[in-house]
Ligand binder design. Structure first.
Ligand SMILES: [Zn+2]
Length: 156
């Protein structure tokens, strides 16, 4: 039986092995949100839905395309690598700053001062988010066949 995210047990094992080759301290679990997310600094990575929501995919993709480090890559793999990137580039001060900024951005959004696109773009621009995404693209570039093989194996 598949869990709500759409990953089979075999998929999970493959993802875990992939993550652990990079960092074997990371605990990989199934999340409760459609998006991939992680809990720092407790080394927990939560899987999002296999099928991401179109609108958020589009905002993320448009943001990525504007970055110097961008190249054509499987964006689902980038999402996974982005979360691993948080662990690989972790800095406590930046993380605390990020949490404060995230709350601030959410307030602006709730007050109708910025729209959903700007909310996400400004979020992706936060130093720790930017670093995790950059790390993801760099890792993908240096390990292209491994990353594309993972996409094929778990069909994302
Ligand atoms: Zn992130």
């Amino acid at each position: 039986m598949k869990n709500w995210c759409g990953y089979s047990k075999q998929d999970l094992k493959i993802i875990r092995d992939f993550v652990h080759e990079i960092n074997n301290e990371i605990i990989v679990k199934i999340g409760t949100s459609k998006n991939w997310y992680c809990v720092l600094p407790w080394y927990k990575l939560y899987l999002g839905a296999k099928k991401q929501e179109k609108w958020i995919e589009e905002i993320r993709f448009n943001w990525c395309k504007k970055q110097d480090f961008y190249f054509q890559a499987n964006m689902n793999i980038i999402s996974l690598l982005h979360e691993i990137g948080h662990f690989q580039t972790f800095n406590l001060d930046e993380w605390q700053e990020r949490n404060a900024q995230e709350e601030y951005l959410q307030d602006l959004y709730c007050e109708g001062k910025i729209d959903i696109v700007e909310l996400n773009n400004r979020y992706f621009d936060l130093p720790n988010e930017y670093k995790a995404t950059k790390w993801a693209f760099e890792y993908y570039k240096a390990n292209k066949s491994k990353c594309e093989n993972l996409a094929k194996l778990i069909k994302i």
